[in-house]
Design a protein around this ligand. Sequence first.
Ligand code: TXA
Ligand code: MG
Length: 320
Amino acid sequence: MKSILETINIKNIIKNAHQKLLRGELVIFPTETVYGIGADATKPKAVQKIYDIKNRPYHNPSICHFVNLQKIEDNFEINELALKLADTYWPGPLTLILKKKKSSKISSLVSNDNNLVGCRIPSHPIANKLLQSVPFPIAAPSANISTKLSSTNINHLDTKLKDNVFIIDGGPSTLGLESTVINLSSDNPQILRYGSITVEQIKKIIPKIDKEKEKEKKSNQLSPGQQIKHYSPNISVRINVNSVLDGEVLLNFGKNHLSSKLLELNLSPSGNLNEAGKNFYDYLHQLDNSKFGGIAVAPIPDNDLGKTINDRLKRSIEKK
Ligand code: TXA
Ligand code: MG
């Protein structure tokens, strides 16, 4: 249980964060998936600061965070399918791409001048309190430098972000993998990014849903963050290994014959994919040290959260 002092302290921190956001400044805050770096989504100058500090290209749209469904309905067109998904998975790690209403004050910078915007209601109590404290949605990508590893606790934050942005420390993220992004703007709903809600869970609501094909991605540019090198450590990564090379550290999973002479971290010795998801970024941050020759990653089963972990691993080895 939290002590009274801790409760007063977090209230003050949220008050400070709320004042920063009102002044058009940035705030790093915890969510159940990964930490976000947020700004007033209705102020272009504030949103621009996110892109500048992250070195993020403007064509990669940011997710807007809302306190409740009513606020989303004020700004977006919501169909029956969106309502069903919202009812089941919000608040939580789901992002829906929705069509913005003409009356919405959300800055076009959030979505690269497109009227399709990623929306989510986080379940983290601190994110929720922060969203309650401001009269606008918070635009927030993950709190990392573009293409680098996401942050699931504040020790993971790059010094450029740490030194320049107000931070709310909410401890380690409970889920550890980003939200699942679904495009509902066409007749053919598609998963744009695997995430903390599994394909199996989404299929309970939309049985025929599939992942956007790589070919389509190239042509429609809807989810640019999914095409390029992403989620990458600084040192090299080899995935699906059946042996570990000299100089390599090991990101292991379950029980097997693999071992490293230098360092091994096991995502889940018992082979539990939820535990692996929670540890994933934290362990990659720990292994990402220039004194090691590279990170060898054990095979991860390609079901449930394993699909999301494998997706991040594949992107982490992309060259650009
Ligand atoms: O769990 C999460 O989603 C975290 C927390 C902070 O909410 N946020 C996050 O944001 O991971 P970001 O910006 O790092 O990743 C958002 C992904 C990107 O791949 C982006 O391309 C896609 O969602 N996305 C966002 N808005 C979009 C839009 N309007 N159309 C298509 N894709 C969009
Ligand atoms: Mg990101």
